[in-house]
Design a protein around this ligand. Structure first.
Ligand SMILES: Nc1nc2c(ncn2[C@@H]2O[C@H](COP(=O)(O)OP(=O)(O)O)[C@@H](O)[C@H]2O)c(=O)[nH]1
Ligand SMILES: [Mg+2]
Length: 541
């Protein structure tokens, strides 16, 4: 299955744009297209930026399914008028539906009473709804005219009933404490997930995995802050025990260690969310483009016997074993006088440097002439290529064109090892040394031999590296989370460095740390420390 990288879809990847990315963002935007006349009426003077100037007195509605012809479409309504909308859109004499039970109804135009469609309605009284407000879902037939009629009908039910802005349903869910920011992000990722690994990762986050962890840490921190605030205010009071400060220090040290451990994850969650960047490298004419075509099962790159055909990076998105892969074919690495080719080589080197995984394709012909094989010094391998392979010891090396006649496989592979890695005799074949992971394969892009084995091993490499993140409920999936966690650690370190003499400054550092944790989930009200102070110390009793 082809996997489309998220930036081609959303065009938004920044941290501030979170609400533009959430579930309803695209949907609401598309709604405008599905109903042009409503667009004119309701979006005049507005931009698609986030502007929530209206109060929640407004009842909002939008098409929640993809626009276009479909068996069924769902239009969602949320806000104080939701009940009225439901009543206006259905026969007056029909009984009002029971909460959360789908019932069939004739859907009518509120003005003319004309029948628009026969469909289902579901009534979700707040707070037990997605947004926390009274909500209704209309399940109608997914034709353009039906959807337009229903949207127009809903829009005409009252002055405070309007089309939702991008992300507004999720925004309301957040503001009504139904979701925290990490859950909103998880939901957005779930809607964008194109591969199994991305789905699993997003689902856990949408389910509150990160929220629970960060809220637990923040609660611990707020308790420590409360104790420190109490020490500052009532240090002389006999009710404050002597070891309060030491206990806080011990707790902060533990928390610091836990957060460090949590961030020490090789960015696996973020890589999975954005796609695993794989780069194909090697000399010209090695079969790099042939390899890309064989694994993408299409002619993604031009294959030709003329060296230097591929000059720019050709990138294809793929689902391999459920993992999202962005694989890039690059220009052949060699020294050249051709300026355009050298620019291609520079781009290839940049891509190799930034890749999460590198795959080197080397033609067996580079190791074939007797002096090269017997000499074993890799004279057939261009130094630029050898450097690229050696620089990253995890590079997976594929020796291509093994279909050529007259090859002694064993001898050839021994020569390859010697030429690439000299006598260091690294673990290349999963023989138990080092990481025990195979790094050398013999393939032929012409016959397909060895490709299946390589893909099998490649999926194993992906599993070894990423499975922990996919199955963990607490993987960091965004740079935003990491930044706040790093800031939090910095503040906790600063608190520990300040010591007992600078307790007032120390308290400030704890406040910063809690605030950074709160920013990840969107709960930044550190004033709640006061509640804890009052509750735990019964001041003024
Ligand atoms: N005999 C043989 N030729 C191959 C194989 N793979 C690629 N070639 C040929 O090698 C030439 C260069 O292939 P290409 O994929 O364009 O190499 P690139 O420059 O590394 O991208 C073409 O003529 C291919 O047909 C292979 O496994 N065996
Ligand atoms: Mg090529």
């Amino acid at each position: 299955m082809a996997w489309i990288p998220r930036w081609t879809k959303a065009g938004i990847n920044g941290t501030n744009a979170i609400f533009s990315m959430v579930s309803c963002a695209g949907i609401a935007r598309r709604t405008f297209h599905a109903c042009p006349s409503l667009r004119a009426a309701t979006t005049q003077g507005r931009t698609t930026e986030l502007r929530y100037t209206e109060t929640h007195l407004d009842t909002i509605f939008a098409l929640s399914t993809h626009p276009g012809k479909a068996g069924i479409a769902v239009v969602r309504v949320s806000g104080p008028q939701a009940k009225l909308v439901l009543k206006s859109m259905t026969l007056a004499k029909s009984p009002f539906p029971k909460p959360r039970q789908a019932v069939t109804r004739r859907l009518l135009c509120p003005q003319s009473n004309e029948l628009l469609d026969k469909g289902m309605v579901v009534w979700f009284p707040g707070p037990r709804s997605f947004t926390g407000e009274d909500s209704v879902e209309f399940h109608c037939h997914g034709g353009k005219a039906v959807i337009d009629g229903i949207l127009r009908g809903i829009g005409n039910t009252g002055p405070h009933v309007r089309l939702a802005e991008p992300g507004e349903f999720s925004r309301r869910a957040f503001e009504n404490n139904k979701l925290d920011l990490t859950e909103v992000e998880g939901l957005a990722d779930l809607l964008n997930a194109e591969t199994e690994a991305q789905r699993r990762l997003a689902l856990r986050q949408a389910d509150g995995g990160l929220k629970n962890l960060y809220e637990t840490w923040r609660t611990q921190l707020i308790k420590s802050m409360a104790l420190i605030e109490a020490l500052i205010d009532f240090g002389e009071d006999e009710n404050i025990e002597d070891d309060v400060y030491d206990n806080v220090v011990a707790k902060v040290k533990t928390l610091c260690r836990d957060i460090r451990k949590h961030t020490d994850d090789d960015r696996c969650g973020e890589i999975l969310r954005d796609g695993i960047h794989v780069t194909i490298l090697g000399p010209p004419n090695a079969g790099k483009s042939s390899f890309l075509n064989i694994i993408t099962k299409r002619q993604a790159a031009i294959v030709s016997p003329i060296p230097g055909t591929t000059r720019d990076v050709v990138e294809v998105s793929l689902d391999i074993g459920g993992y999202p892969i962005l694989i890039g074919d690059t220009a052949g690495l060699r020294s050249s006088q051709d300026e355009i080719e050298m620019e291609g080589v520079r781009r290839a080197q940049d891509r190799i440097r930034l890749a999460d995984i590198n795959i080197a394709i080397l033609p067996v012909t580079d190791f074939m002439s007797s002096d090269k094989v017997d000499g074993g010094n890799g004279t057939g391998v261009d130094p630029i290529v050898r450097e690229a392979v050696r620089k990253n010891p995890k590079t997976m090396v594929l020796i291509n064109k093994m279909d050529l006649p007259g090859l002694d496989n064993e001898k050839t592979m021994a020569a390859v090892k010697s030429a690439l890695w000299g006598d260091s005799n690294q673990s290349l074949d999963g023989d138990g040394e080092g990481e025990g992971q195979r790094r050398l394969w013999a393939i032929s892009c012409q016959t397909g031999d060895g490709i299946g084995q390589f893909l099998h091993d490649f999926i194993k490499v992906l599993k070894d590296r990423f499975e922990r993140s996919v199955s963990s409920s607490t993987s960091i999936t965004q740079y935003r989370h990491r930044k706040h966690l790093e800031n939090c650690i910095q503040s906790l370190d600063a608190f520990l460095d300040l010591g007992a003499d600078d307790i007032v400054l120390g308290a400030e550092e704890l406040r910063h740390a809690a605030s950074d944790l709160g920013r990840i989930t969107g709960r930044v009200d550190v004033e709640e420390v006061l509640d804890v102070v009052f509750r735990e110390f019964c001041i003024g009793k």
